[in-house]
Design a protein around this ligand. Structure first.
Ligand code: AHR
Length: 321
């Protein structure tokens, strides 16, 4: 651990004898390996699994020691993990915030300890931008906008289009922003969101909420799911209700993981907006720069595309996740 190395070296100089330096304060082995504390959201979706794998593999490739913590979609667990990384005096903390708000106190603790923080995948809502060095992730508003724009074009000339929305985790940046972008795109059209509820980004959540939507509304034209997993759950509910997903009810999702792309290629989903989970290599590169005190952009946006059914069929054989 670099920080520890510097501190220990200073102490040793003071006492005039080089006896020990190293990582984590426990091993006593001399090395300059960067130690990253990474507080992941959880394992709620196929996207998240791919993201975790990308981060772990990239850390290994980059020679960065990763202390990994899974918050099981609970903010209090992430806060605990960050505090523990501060106590362990890691060189850099990276995390994907479960929700947008409530981070200032713990991030101030990291700042006071001199440990830089990198936000990855999701951002925070704070007035103090100095609490983190950089944010690497998608433009979620743009993702929502792309979903809405496709629907506007697809349903042009129809007198009324009823949409039910399966929202991501309440308070999470992708849930807030994907809703905002979609609403922006459909404004002034005959498309209306008739019901909206959280499915917590999980397949079971999507299925459960869709079952309730189908009981309450017999006029659903479109499902807009904030991720593939909830869309796939909705497909199960639609089929169980005796309807054909992709035909009787159109489905739009976000992510483009393999299962989603398969359903799209087979006609059970109609359109997917990509959200790229392969952030590992970029994250490690940024971490090395931040630890070295080099300047990095405060915001790094990930490039993404969209998929129609035809495009999914073409892309599927090479899809890595
Ligand atoms: O923050 C990214 C989102 O979180 C993904 O779209 C979703 O699948 C995940 O749970």
């Amino acid at each position: 651990m670099l920080r520890k190395l510097v501190a220990t070296a200073a102490a040793v100089t003071l006492f005039g004898a080089l006896t020990a330096c190293g990582s984590g304060g426990s091993s006593g082995s001399a090395d300059d390996t960067i130690v990253m504390g990474f507080a992941q959201v959880g394992a709620e979706s196929g996207w998240r699994t791919a993201n975790t794998k990308s981060v772990q593999e990239a850390a290994e490739r980059a020679g960065i020691e990763l202390k990994f913590s899974d918050a099981q979609q609970k903010q209090e667990n992430q806060i605990k993990a960050i505090r523990s990384f501060v106590q362990q005096r890691v060189d850099v903390i990276a995390f994907s915030p479960v929700v947008e708000t409530g981070w200032d106190t713990v991030l101030l603790e990291a700042k006071r300890a001199g440990i830089p923080v990198i936000l990855t995948d999701r951002s925070i809502d704070s007035d103090d931008e100095s609490l983190y060095a950089t944010f690497l992730g998608s433009d979620f508003v743009e993702e929502g906008r792309k979903a809405g724009e496709w629907l506007v074009e697809e349903t042009e000339g129809e007198s009324r289009v009823n949409v039910v929305e399966l929202e991501g985790t309440t308070g999470a940046a992708p849930a807030i922003d994907r809703h905002t972008g979609f609403v922006e795109a459909i404004e002034g059209t005959n498309i209306e969101i008739i019901a909206s509820q959280t499915g917590d980004f999980t397949r079971s959540g999507g299925k459960q909420v869709m079952e309730a939507f189908l009981k309450a509304h017999d006029d659903i034209d479109v499902v807009y799911a904030h991720n593939d997993d909830m869309g796939l759950g909705a497909i199960e509910a639609i089929q169980a209700a005796g309807k054909k997903p992709g035909e009787d009810i159109k489905i739009i999702t976000v992510d483009a993981v393999k299962d989603g792309m398969q359903a799209l290629a087979e006609g059970r989903i109609n359109f997917i907006v990509e959200c790229n989970p392969l952030l590992g290599d970029q994250l490690m590169e940024l971490a090395k720069k931040v630890v070295a005190g080099e300047e990095v952009p405060h915001r790094v946006v990930v490039e993404e595309t969209t998929f129609t059914q035809e495009q999914a069929a073409e892309a599927l054989p090479d899809r890595k996740y």
